[in-house]
Design a binder for this molecule. Sequence first.
Ligand SMILES: [Zn+2]
Length: 211
Amino acid sequence: MPLKKLISGHKNFLKGRFQQDKKLYEDLVEKGQSPEVMIISCCDSRADPVLITEADPGSIFSLRNVANLVPPSHPDGTRHGSSAALEFAVRHLKVKDIVVMGHAHCGGIKALYHGDFDNQEHVDFIEPWMSIANEARYTTLKKFEGEPEEKILKELEMESIRNSLKNLRTFRWIKSAEEEGKLGLHGWHFDIESGRLYALNEKSGEFSPLV
Ligand SMILES: [Zn+2]
């Protein structure tokens, strides 16, 4: 009964956190949401941005997809779920910051590293989706050739974050908002073992502890 624990958790929420935040929820209904931050993170069950930042309801506009990738802007009239979320966040909600939050031990990144898409269970959607990070894969494998797999995977997770920041800037309304100083773009990496977030300094290209 996998849902049993969640249902009991929901009972606790109704009695606890919801009562504490009742006024906040009422305001969010009355005035609507106005989150100032968008976080793009992986579907992975261990990397929940709301949990690790203890964020309040209404404060994070959250997009989760496989391996927290941002595709390049490609408005062709077809169904781009992640780009639609970006458009809503930037053009309608006018968020002030976008964080691309990667994480350690990412299964999507591991599959990309191994080029492990022969399995028929991966080819319909995962392989084309992960090809967004092909360039990051190429760069990382070239730079860290011969290093242990664990190190290469971590470097690839980080390079893929840099790649997604680059892709964010291909959306014309993101590029202009950033140039006008209205929008900040950030890269974070969640280290599951230590529970720590590492932040990318785009000038040096390095990640260091956020706090
Ligand atoms: Zn992941």
